[in-house]
Ligand binder design. Structure first.
Ligand code: NAD
Length: 266
């Protein structure tokens, strides 16, 4: 699949989120942006959370013609109280914001480790905490946590990212167990490498960490374990998120929907 710029893409599954609200974190870019557009196209009123003000404002403009709508919400998720507050009243929560640093453990800056854990694990906990009272009150809610193959497997030089994603898997399963009696599902989606700025930014770091030229990173490092030798498109990940929000997935909870081109089949 190649990005068409059209939301939903012509072969997208039917999804009606009319009357629903959704909150997507990290919505200014990459996967979060595709998720926000996909949910708005399904009729949801989407709160697009990101620290990148320009990014969420341009997203809202892009979504002007879609059935639902996108409301930009500028927020740095390291402000955990504000994050919890922002999630109040949402029907669908997509925990997506993330960042990456590729560095051996002995050179990994402790402050960056702390920030990665805060944004990618503690903020999702606080957002879920903020969202649950409304979801429980109405007996319906959907929590989708954008994890990664790195929620299930490790790679060298990604200690903070791998630790945060493994933690997110545990948080998601716990929310699934607690939410089940209240009509709330919680799941992860686990992509391999997706064509986004986050991946583009790590090419140089990966080249340095592995001691190879940057043009060899894609085939020799990123796609080495993927049986399907291409990057996943953000729109494909958004479609998996859409599936988990639909009525056909009401029995799907506490699990991880893996889109990894066969990586974890090894
Ligand atoms: P991206 O860099 O394109 O987008 C991430 C967004 O998160 C950005 O808009 C950024 O501003 C926002 N963000 C980061 N820190 C924030 C903070 N403190 N407060 C608010 N917003 C913040 O990245 P992406 O590739 O779209 O990644 C999205 C998610 O998907 C991440 O959780 C990532 O771990 C996961 N993921 C990505 C890939 C991949 O290959 N790109 C693979 C598997 C999982």
């Amino acid at each position: 699949m190649t990005p068409t710029g059209a939301f939903p893409p012509p072969h997208a599954l039917a999804l009606d989120l009319g009357g629903r609200t959704a909150l997507v974190t990290g919505a200014a870019s990459g996967i979060g942006r595709a998720c926000a557009l996909r949910l708005a196209a399904a009729g949801a009123k989407v709160r697009a959370v990101d620290r990148d003000a320009e990014g969420v404002e341009s997203l809202a403009e892009e979504a002007a013609g879609l059935t639902g709508g996108i409301e930009p919400h500028v927020l740095d998720l390291t402000d955990l109280d504000a994050a919890e507050h922002a999630a109040a009243g949402t029907d669908v929560l997509v925990n997506n914001a993330g960042l990456q640093l590729v560095r051996p453990i002995e050179e990994f800056p402790p402050d960056v480790f702390h920030t990665v854990l805060t944004v990618m694990l503690e903020a999702p906990f606080r957002l879920i905490r903020g969202a649950l009272p409304h979801m429980y009150g109405q007996g319906w809610g959907r929590i989708v946590n954008v994890s990664s193959v790195h929620g299930l497997r490790a790679s060298p030089y990604k200690s903070a990212y791998v630790a945060a994603k493994h933690g997110l898997e545990g948080l998601s399963k716990t929310a699934a167990l607690e939410g089940a009696p209240h009509g709330v599902t919680s799941n992860c989606v686990n992509p391999g490498y997706v064509r986004t700025p986050l991946v583009e930014r790590q090419l140089a770091d990966q080249a340095q960490a592995h001691g190879i030229p940057v043009e060899r990173v894609l085939t020799e490092v990123l796609l080495q374990d993927s049986a399907v030798k291409r990057l996943v498109e953000p729109e494909e990940v958004a479609e998996a998120v859409a599936y988990l929000c639909g009525p056909q997935a009401s029995f799907v909870t506490g699990t991880s929907l893996v889109l990894d081109g066969g990586w974890t089949a090894h």
